[in-house]
Design a protein around this ligand. Structure first.
Ligand code: SF4
Length: 80
């Protein structure tokens, strides 16, 4: 019996969920533009790439460090 719900293995916590998709800095950067495809995929386009080849047009996410990062004064973008 038991009836206390699923239990974690002894000495540990079971986490079988996939990691969440994270965007990182682009999610709140003033240079990021969200691009959505007809199939429903979402990409973050770095507009700095148009003027500086050091930046990828579509940066590999999550971006955890970026010299071009500038916080968007309007806050995080709505597509997270
Ligand atoms: S400057 Fe950096 S953080 Fe900002 S959109 Fe481009 S890659 Fe992302």
């Amino acid at each position: 019996m038991g009836g206390h719900g699923p239990q974690a293995p002894r000495g540990g916590v079971a986490l079988n969920l996939p990691p969440p998709v994270t965007v990182g800095l682009c999610a709140s950067c003033v240079h990021a533009r969200i691009v959505r495809t007809r199939t429903g995929s979402t990409f973050y386009l770095c507009e700095l790439s148009a003027v500086d080849p050091a930046f990828d047009r579509y940066p590999r996410l999550p971006v955890v460090r970026c010299a071009g990062y500038r916080p968007d004064p309007d806050g995080p973008h709505p597509a997270r």
